[in-house]
Design a protein around this ligand. Structure first.
Ligand code: PMP
Length: 409
């Protein structure tokens, strides 16, 4: 099946994802929980198996062949990621994921903040971009200032602009909301922060699977993302940091590999990026992560985004016929995420019943409790799309939704 005049064949893309052939509750699986994690193509799984079967050895530690091979594979991914996001390899720090990347910045860069300094966040942040700042707040007495949204889920840019003051030391916000799908105007927001000489951290967890990334074009200071949302393995993430900033920051964790020389009289630290990579990294998954970028580039990010957008429009249109359905997040050009409730049916009940019909969606607060509070709801059901989803799956999902919601009327 060709996708809406795009140059990609979704059937052959689906062939690359063995998990999509399995059944759920005796029906073909319809996987619409891609915002939580997306599925992984065979080429990436094969790369993981290849590392275990042929090259596994600890990286940066051995002179022997296997260690050199494993190190080369890890460092090849670093170069691949750097080229992909238009950065230099020293600016690419491997972490466990977006969460660890943000914690790294809050703990390390944030160690220079003092009582009364202000960090600007937004009400649509994932807990991963709230709690690390609160932990810092309890250590240093910083204040958190929060930007609101309008009824569509669009950030109040005037308020954002007005929150900058003499004590502002950082702005941290998501590129794309995991609940509302809103794509924030991050380039503009970064430029505004820079007018006040304030550095910016962008949580790119939900942007990296759907948008091309260019750190130089964004003029970004810190950017965090996770492999598992980009068709990749779990356990790998990236912190991009502007070199001058990373160089000025103390290490985040101490241990092997991040040192220059250790003695009981004092320790010196390794150069970038290793200063921030204490201990054995997830070198197996890091090596395989390069194959995800190959996959995304082969399919083409523009094709991915156009296909997902077509699915979003189609699903939104089809869902409109369901009595009592309310969608949260209607920003223009939003990402392929639909958060919704139907009447007063609990999101959890809807999710469980959809699951019985083979449809995997997410339910609950989506790690965005302050946003739920802002919306005045305990949670939503969330359907989210990836490149391998089809209009037929949308039809199955909508039919299932019609069936389960009619049970409550
Ligand atoms: N930020 C956003 C916007 C997210 O959607 C997520 C994952 N749901 C995270 C951060 C955290 O990502 P991870 O669990 O991979 O660290």
């Amino acid at each position: 099946m060709k996708s809406d005049n795009l140059d990609i064949d979704i059937d052959s893309i689906r062939e690359e994802f063995p998990i999509l052939r399995r059944e759920a509750e005796n029906q073909p699986l319809v996987y619409l929980d891609n915002t939580a994690t997306s599925q992984t193509p065979s080429v990436v799984v094969d790369a993981i198996v290849d590392m275990y079967e042929c090259h596994k050895a600890n990286v940066h530690r051995g002179v022997h062949l296997l260690s050199r091979e494993a190190t080369d594979m890890q460092e090849a991914t670093r170069r691949r990621v750097a080229a992909y996001i238009n950065a230099s390899p020293e600016e690419v720090i491997f972490t466990r994921g977006t969460t660890e990347a943000i914690n790294l910045v809050a703990a390390s860069y944030g160690s220079r903040f003092s009582e009364g300094d202000e960090v600007i966040l937004t009400v649509m942040e994932h807990h991963a971009d709230i709690v690390p700042w609160q932990l810092l707040q309890s250590r240093t007495g910083i204040k958190l200032r929060v930007v609101d949204i309008d009824e569509r889920g669009v950030l109040d840019l005037e308020q954002y602009r007005s929150l900058f003051g003499p004590r502002t030391v950082m702005a941290a916000f998501c590129h794309v909301s995991n609940v509302l799908g809103t794509v924030n105007p991050v380039k503009k927001m970064i430029a505004l922060a820079h007018e006040h000489k304030v550095p910016v951290l962008v949580d790119g967890a939900q942007a990296s699977p759907h948008l091309s990334l260019d750190m130089k074009d964004l003029d970004c200071d810190f950017y965090a993302f996770s492999s598992h949302k980009m068709y990749g393995p779990a356990g790998v993430g990236v912190l991009y940091g502007r070199r001058e900033l990373l160089e000025s920051m103390p290490p985040y964790q101490g241990g092997g590999e991040m040192i220059g020389h250790v003695s009981f009289d004092g320790t010196t630290f390794a150069d970038l990026p290793f200063k921030f990579e204490a201990g054995t990294p997830d070198f197996v998954d890091i090596a395989a992560f390069a194959r995800c970028i190959d996959f995304i580039e082969r399919v083409g990010m523009e094709n991915i985004a156009l296909h997902e957008h077509a699915l979003l429009e189609y699903a939104t249109e089809r869902m409109a016929g369901i009595p009592g359905l309310r969608i949260y997040g209607t920003a223009p050009d939003k990402s392929a995420v639909i958060s919704f409730n139907v009447g007063d049916i609990h999101n959890y009940d809807l999710g469980l019943l959809l699951d019985r019909l083979g449809v995997a969606v997410r339910t609950g607060h989506h790690c965005a409790q302050p946003l739920m509070e802002r919306l005045g709801i305990p949670g939503t059901v969330r359907a989210s799309f990836a490149v391998y989803n089809t209009r037929e799956e949308v039809d199955v999902f909508v039919a299932a939704l019609q069936k389960v919601t009619s049970m409550f009327s």
